[in-house]
Design a protein around this ligand. Sequence first.
Ligand code: PLP
Length: 427
Amino acid sequence: MKVFETLESNVRLYSRSFPAIFSRARGSIMLTEDGRNVIDFLSGAGALNYGHNNHRIKAAITEYLASDALVHGLDMATPAKLEFMETFNSVILRERNLQYRFQFTGPTGANAIEAALKLSRRVTGRQNIISFTRGYHGMSLGAIAASGNRFYRTASSIFLSGATFMPYDGYLGSAVDTADYLKKVLMDESSGIDHPAAILVETVQGEGGINVASKEWLQSIQAIAKNVGALLIVDDIQMGCGRTGEFFSFEFADLSPDIVVLSKSLSGYGLPLSMLLIKEGFDAWQPGEHTGTFRGNNLALICATAAINCYWRCRTFSQGVHHMGELMRHRLEAIASRHGNDFLVRGRGMALGFDCQTKEIAEATTRNAFEHGLVVERCGPVDQVVKFLPALTIDVETLNRGLEIFEKSLAETLKELGRRDLAPTVR
Ligand SMILES: *Cc1c(COP(=O)(O)O)cnc(C)c1O
């Protein structure tokens, strides 16, 4: 690890949390250079929903590479892009009665968020963006201005502007409907809150601590956006592509967002690919007004098409995610109740959070977990929530093994910290 310490910038993060050299991976298992087998519950922060090196997707790209088809072509028309748009349109959009245009942006999620914010400002002629407490939208300045985390905001070292924060669902406790507050300040001519170009929302806040918005709240937010003439942007970068059970995380709430932002697992293989889905009436760009060298990379589009063909042509996959999500939730809730009353389990589908309430417990637990062979990360305002994002393709046995490691690591932590009496483990 010496080279990483001396040559790589101090900014590196995950190599500190998981100190090993990872040489190979398949599905939910990663191999380290010193011969350890590690279960992956992080899945590239949600970029590997179909697991590492998914062999069903790999065949498509190896064949593509062997054929000398275009890998890079700016945003020129290629068979790879044509096939992706046709497949996505028929299998994902038309099946859900959705109609969108595709804008391929630069490769990162933040690139796509910037494009969404810019477009909604251009469409409405307004500047303000409503975003929510604990929201996370990426590291570029426009995206960070709309993200809550003080650590990241401070690190940007510049005055961040253009966004107004409103309380997310549940932020003020279950008795307060924060959508009412948003509605009030936007209707009030003297609230001090400028009418927004867009309301930018995650249906489940991934980095913010696996905070789950209800169907009713999301529907209110959509109605408010419509009333006030703002675009509704759903940031589905982490929660989209099946993570919550459906392809889009907003399907359960019957939303019809004006712009949907997809990235992370869109390519299905961990290759960078980001795009906006834009309602036709809001596609106000002039040709070339928002550009970039790496948009709609053909290799990533090939994987994305293969992933849709493999997993989304019938309901089985989605049903499996719901089923596995329930298994995980029950296991985690049982673990929470066995080890005291302070732990909370939240989430939807296969995005689950185990709120330890304190940073110390979460930190020591994930550290212990890695020593026992499990990669699992933390999220939330003070990183107090252990975040479970296993591959959607994981098998029950590996899932259970990972959860057992988690419980063992939590028990060890509580013993180390000496904060609680351990209830006997009944299984
Ligand atoms: C990861 C993430 C982003 C940023 O994506 P990058 O590719 O890291 O720029 C934006 N929004 C959400 C919800 C994310 O999870």
